[in-house]
Design a protein around this ligand. Structure first.
Ligand code: SAH
Length: 507
């Protein structure tokens, strides 16, 4: 029997990796996830595919659901004997109305647990280079709501005490009231020269930080919109030395990844490490071939082959998946030599505990033929090439010219992905996107299909294009793209390096 349980979980300040291990577990096991505006939706990817999602976000006072309705929803879902994960930005008990929600659960005798999260007042200054305490500057740190109505007769904030009694002050929800807040602090004795930082969307690649003093910050931060936190205190000065996040090489860059959803994460992770904001815009999907029969026949006669040649990780996975589905295992491959193009393909093969016998130094078909010639006589050798439906004919043709006996078959199919639900064209034209990456010719072709051929010319100058290798570059150029960033090594790390070099050289 299932029992109802509600987890009130702090999702952390924005960077999806700043959730706790327990918080992530609660996402993984939830039947229902109820989440707020400040929760990074990337976290929802960890949920079960059949989980129900309910968005109850509040954005600057515009409530999708009133708090009272959120409370009722929590109770109702829990009474359906469900595991409910209530995800809240930062920490659930810091200005998040988590206390109210927990009380409602308690009153309704619904079991609950509260999972702490990293709150904005600690994480966002950190990502802006500001430690909230430091022995030389302050021994106290206060978390204050900036949301208080300035026209209220009696303030619940004792401005006289906090202005001079606490070293570092963090104001949540204080953007609209910034003139009031800074005015109150100065009026109650805090020096007008006290350093202040306002940090918007902290810990995310969109983070923006503005620094001033109590006297100047209102003017300097006039373009900053919520969500932003205001940090007041001498510690703000440390930002000059400790600003590690905003100095990451790709910080401030927005990069589009067009490869399939399954393959995007490795690339996206590397770009993230360098501080980039990544938009996943899959243009291709990997699907089963129209007929599995040729692959089955090859696998059933696998011992008649001398060489297995893999040109992509998709080919590796499709081949081994089918091998196992047919009840075979790697012992059936005994004695067959293996050739792999590129480290990712090789890594895919090694995952099945099989060594690679031939690794071409360049990751194009031309290099495969050259390298194979070095390690084997081609004539009368039987080669199996489990590849994509759209693979180039160069490799089988060359091997056959040299007397090889080639079975070139479709192990997987590349189809066009359903376009992601974002208006990429507008984002490109408005300058929000800096680099679009192509990792195969089919990503180029499908990108053009999705965006529309007539729109391509207008993109020139708005955005840079990056390509993984010469064949992809050639396809891109034929389709009218100016490819300014080219990988020297035709791999994802090679492409990341080329993007880094390009950025560091000031583009
Ligand atoms: N429970 C949350 C706070 C909710 S109140 C927490 O512990 O962080 C909402 C306010 O938090 C916003 O108005 C803003 O002041 C602050 N905030 C939350 N996330 C933020 C972020 N990524 N960057 C800047 N401020 C943030």
């Amino acid at each position: 029997m299932k029992r109802s349980l509600v987890y009130l979980v702090g999702a952390g300040p924005g960077d999806p990796r700043l959730i706790t291990v327990k918080g992530l577990d609660c996402i993984k096991k939830a039947d229902v996830i109820i989440y707020d505006y400040l929760v990074n939706v990337d976290l929802l990817k960890a949920a079960r595919p059949d989980a129900e999602f309910v968005y109850v976000g509040k954005q600057g006072g515009a409530h999708t659901l009133e708090q009272d309705e959120i409370n009722k929803l929590l109770v109702r879902k829990a009474l359906e004997d469900k595991i409910v994960t209530r995800l809240k930005g930062g920490d659930p008990y810091v200005f998040g109305r988590g206390g109210e929600e927990a009380l409602v659960l308690s009153e309704n005798r619904i079991p609950f647990e509260v999972v702490p999260g990293i709150t904005a007042a600690i994480a966002t200054p950190n990502y802006a280079g500001i430690p909230v305490t430091h022995r030389d500057f302050t021994s106290t740190f206060g978390l204050i709501t900036g949301h208080e109505d300035p026209t209220k007769d009696e303030s619940s904030i004792d401005w006289a005490k906090i202005s001079t009694g606490i070293g570092t002050l963090a104001f949540y929800m204080g953007i609209k009231n910034l003139p009031y807040i800074t005015g109150q602090l100065m009026k109650h004795g805090r020096s007008k020269d006290t350093p202040v930082a306002v940090i918007r969307w902290g810990t995310t690649p969109q983070q923006k930080t503005v620094v001033g003093t109590l006297e100047t910050i209102v003017q300097k931060a006039k373009d900053i919109r919520p969500p932003a936190i205001t940090i007041v205190g001498e510690v703000v000065k440390l930002r000059e030395q400790l600003n590690w996040f905003e100095h990451k090489p790709l910080f401030g860059k927005t990069i589009v990844v067009t490869r399939s959803r399954e393959q995007a994460s490795e690339f996206a992770d590397q770009l993230y490490e360098y501080g980039a904001r990544v938009i996943e815009f899959p243009t291709i999907e990997i699907a089963k071939p129209d007929s599995i029969q040729p692959l089955d026949e090859a696998i059933n006669n696998i011992q008649s082959y001398n060489w297995l040649v893999f040109t992509s990780i998709n080919g590796v996975d499709a081949f081994f998946q089918r091998l196992f589905e047919l009840g075979k295992d790697i012992r059936d491959l005994k004695g067959i030599k293996v050739c792999a193009i590129g480290p990712a393909t090789e890594g895919g093969i090694e995952k099945y505990h099989i060594n690679v016998d031939c690794r071409p130094p360049k990751f194009v078909a031309e290099s495969v033929v050259e390298e194979l010639k070095k390690v084997t006589a081609i004539r009368d050798q039987k080669f199996l090439l489990p590849r994509a439906d759209i693979a180039r004919s160069f490799l089988p043709e060359e091997l056959e010219k040299l007397g090889g006996i080639v079975t070139d078959l479709v192990a997987y199919k590349t189809i066009m992905a359903q376009p992601a639900n974002i208006n990429l064209l507008d984002k490109i034209k408005s300058g929000e996107i800096h680099i679009i990456t192509f990792t195969s010719s089919s990503t180029v072709r499908n990108f053009v299909q999705i965006i529309g051929e007539k729109n391509i010319a207008a993109l020139d100058g708005c955005v840079q294009f990056a390509s993984i290798g010469p064949i992809t570059t050639q396809t891109a150029e034929e389709m009218g793209f100016r490819v300014g960033i080219r990988a020297h090594e035709y791999t994802i790390p090679g492409l990341v390096s080329a993007i880094l070099e390009n950025t560091l050289s000031g583009n």
